[in-house]
Write a protein that binds this ligand. Structure first.
Ligand SMILES: Cc1cc2nc3c(=O)[nH]c(=O)nc-3n(C[C@H](O)[C@H](O)[C@H](O)COP(=O)(O)O)c2cc1C
Length: 202
């Protein structure tokens, strides 16, 4: 966990999908981001649940014109999604899926899906010659065997629409009480180290 401070040009966009301030998801994600910053990455963290992002209306405009008919805070998210090296999605499991607020953001990426699969102009697969990647952190209160299946599928399809390669996944079971993740030293270390690796491009 050594640190260097000079910026190294690696950009990380983190989507915090938990509404619980300083909850388990945010604490785990912040560990990753501290690790990344300590190795010079440029980090942008979006608290998705505190943003005004309306759900997709399925109007079909994006399939015809490659842009969204809605005008809200997604307009600042789209360019970030397209220029970042790494997208980190962090979410608690809610009814075997991602949170509704995060799902609204993901659904609004139908624009990127349409550009890729209908209009033939996908988001860039690389930035500065480096493959772009998507990573997933997910936390569940239970220890159910299949508890992450919905979240993993959603994340895979989201990353495909963004045209980013699948990267790494950290899944934490049996974490329910606010702050309980801090007792999971291995997971916290894993997250910090993932941040360090992303910043170092390894
Ligand atoms: C609305 C809601 C739905 C939930 N659904 C599930 C679930 O389906 N499976 C599960 O294991 N935990 C479920 N949980 C528990 C959370 O995943 C767990 O408490 C997690 O640690 C919360 O993370 P946070 O502190 O970042 O909010 C649910 C919690 C809430 C509030």
């Amino acid at each position: 966990m050594s640190s260097v401070s000079a910026k190294n040009g690696v950009m990380i966009l983190a989507l915090n999908g938990s509404p619980r301030k300083n909850g388990n998801t945010e604490l785990l994600l912040d560990g990753l981001l501290k690790g990344a910053r300590s190795h010079g990455a440029d980090v942008v963290k979006l608290d998705v649940c505190r943003m005004k992002i309306s759900p997709c209306q399925g109007c079909g405009k994006c399939e015809r014109e490659g842009r969204c008919s809605l005008d809200d805070e997604m307009s600042r998210v789209y360019p970030l999604l397209e220029k970042t090296h790494h997208v980190v999605v962090a979410t608690p499991v809610y009814f075997y899926g991602v949170t509704a607020q995060l799902k609204a953001l993901i659904d609004r990426c139908q624009v990127l899906w349409s550009r890729k699969y209908v209009l033939g102009s996908p988001a860039p697969p690389t930035v500065d010659g480096k493959r772009r990647k998507g990573h997933l952190l997910a936390i569940a209160g239970s220890r159910g065997k299949r508890v992450f299946e919905g979240v993993i599928l959603t994340a895979r399809i989201f990353f495909d629409a963004l045209n980013v390669e699948l990267g790494e996944t950290i899944l934490a079971r049996g974490i329910d009480k606010k702050g309980a993740i801090l007792e999971e030293e291995d997971l916290m270390r894993k997250s910090w180290e993932l941040g360090e690796r992303l910043a170092q491009g390894t």
